[in-house]
Ligand binder design. Structure first.
Ligand code: ATR
Length: 495
């Protein structure tokens, strides 16, 4: 189930959030603590108006909420609202004292047993535990203890490393006797657990309307992009590892592709600090293949049983697939770079190239050109790096300041650095170069689509290629290694 958490301060606005997301969600969590004080008086009508199973949650400050009330007053308020409405669940923190749940009512002489009242009304109690800083060591014991009371245990904890993420994924197996449970990994490391909530054995995942805070996922992307609620035992898991990784556009290439060919698979971003631990996770949840981005393209090499010639030459791998029990590494950056200029290369129209930069991306570019008999000159801010790459690839190298003023002897210019990328759109590392004749200008930056360099080249009648062309080309090649099928041509990729 996908559960939308309301974030608004009035019931009308909260209802509007539900309306906006109705086709993506199965239930709603009404956050009473976020509502204005005056709204609480009519909060009981909310479940009927939104017509979806609703959780009443009155979160206190120490657990990431806004309620300043002490537990006793908070429970009194919660009882007033919940018993008058049609809520399906109520969230009560695991450490609320029994005495605070025995509530004294004005008109009755005896104290009311709130838990009992909920049971009689058929409202299920979610017994929640929060840790905003870490994944506690006794997590499994804690869930077992919470479940013993017959309530639904909920643990919302904060993984700080991929090792913690492995702990959360182990819960499915370790706690398989606890049928109904809610497990949430908060923060950036937790994103993969929120998408793969079914794989950690959680009965639901929480979503917001917009992805405003780190680690939040919108209901729309969980439902439409990831189809998180359709994951089952036969779903093949793919993903991307990197640090940072959550901004990556790759899920928008692979997930729609899988969907279009009716392949039961999901592609998930995994924030990874330690590659070694990620390989453990990959074994645990049987990941079939993954993309690799900065800074792990070299770090994965020791774990690969097989690599291609390009991976060996470049010294970096961006695609890992599981083949016959072994991890195989390829480099689709290499082929993705070549894809848009394939014809010119095969017709021998590109004889010489100027490549700016000597980092990871440049390595794939220079090796791809060199292997296709193009004479390359490398220009880089740090000349030693240019020199090193040049000696490996039998290329030339020059100082950035010595880039020729005119492009007379160059058929292709490739820009591989971050210069010109948003938010620094005004920069052009090649501003001293004038395009005196048309050539091909290829900028690996993909945001903005047209960098200052590309705009200038276009005005000079050059053919321009941008980073999204390469990104999509390398993604489509990865898709082939993952699924065994060509990328469906009818999918319109929106990065
Ligand atoms: P990537 O994998 O994207 O290539 P990288 O390996 O960190 O990333 O390489 C970044 C490239 O951009 C390098 O060539 C770097 O130049 P240095 O080798 O001198 O560091 C280049 N680069 C980054 N910031 C730059 C800047 N402000 N001016 C010029 N070049 C820059």
């Amino acid at each position: 189930m996908i559960c939308l958490t309301t974030t608004e301060n009035t019931l009308t606005k909260a209802l509007k959030q539900v309306e906006n997301n109705k086709s993506y969600i199965d239930m709603v969590e009404l956050r009473l603590d976020l509502l204005d004080e005056g709204e609480l008086a009519s909060a009981q009508i909310f479940p009927r108006l939104c017509a979806l199973p609703t959780i009443a949650t009155f979160r206190r400050v120490s657990d990431g909420g806004k309620s300043q009330l002490n537990d006793k007053s908070r429970m009194i308020k919660l009882r007033e609202i919940v018993l008058q409405g049609d809520f399906s669940y109520v969230d009560i923190e695991e450490d609320v004292k029994k005495s605070d749940l025995k509530i004294k009512c004005d008109e009755e002489s005896q104290r009311a047993d709130f838990e009992n009242e909920l049971k009689l009304k058929g409202i299920k109690i979610i017994r929640s535990f929060h840790d905003m800083e870490k994944v506690p060591a006794n997590l499994f014991a804690l869930v077992t203890k919470l479940a013993k009371k017959g309530d639904i245990p909920k643990v919302a904890v904060t993984p700080n490393t991929i090792v913690d993420v492995v702990t959360l994924f182990r819960m499915n197996e370790e706690l398989k006797d606890v049928k109904e449970k809610i497990i949430i990994g908060m923060g950036d490391f937790g994103v993969c657990t929120r998408i793969l909530y079914k794989k950690i054995g959680s009965m639901l995942t929480f979503a917001s309307e917009n992805e405003i805070a780190p680690g939040q996922l919108s209901a729309k992307s969980l439902k439409l992009l990831y189809k998180a609620d359709q994951v089952n035992n036969r779903t093949n898991i793919y993903g991307i590892i990197g640090n940072p990784v959550l901004h990556t556009a790759s899920p928008k290439i692979h997930n729609p592709g899988f969907d279009a060919i009716h392949y039961n698979a999901i592609y998930v971003p995994f924030l990874v600090d330690k590659v070694r631990a990620f390989f453990k996770l990959a074994e645990l949840i049987r990941i079939h293949g993954f993309s690799v981005t900065v800074p792990h393209k070299r770090d994965v090499l020791p774990y690969l049983g097989k690599i291609t010639r390009e991976v060996k030459q470049i010294g970096a791998c961006n695609t890992v697939t599981r083949i016959q029990g072994m991890w195989k590494g390829t480099n689709t950056d290499y082929y993705g770079f070549l894809a848009p200029i394939e014809r010119e290369i095969s017709e021998g129209k590109i004889k010489s190239a100027l490549v700016v930069g000597a980092g990871g991306a440049a390595r794939a570019v220079v090796w791809a050109l060199r292997n296709h008999h193009v004479k390359v000159t490398i220009a880089n801010r740090t000349i030693e790096k240019a020199k090193l790459l040049a000696s490996e690839t039998m290329s030339n190298y020059i100082e950035i300041d010595n880039i020729p003023k005119l492009n007379e002897n160059v058929d292709l210019v490739v820009q591989t650095t971050v210069i010109g990328m948003a938010p620094n759109e005004d920069e052009d590392i090649l501003e001293s170069l004038t395009f005196s004749k048309p050539c091909i200008v290829y900028d690996l930056v993909y945001k903005p689509r047209y960098t200052k360099l590309l705009k200038r080249a276009k005005e000079a009648n050059c053919r321009i290629i941008n980073g999204s062309d390469m990104l999509i080309a390398q993604g489509k090649l990865q898709f082939e290694s993952f699924s065994g099928y060509h990328y469906p041509h009818w999918v319109n990729i929106e990065l």
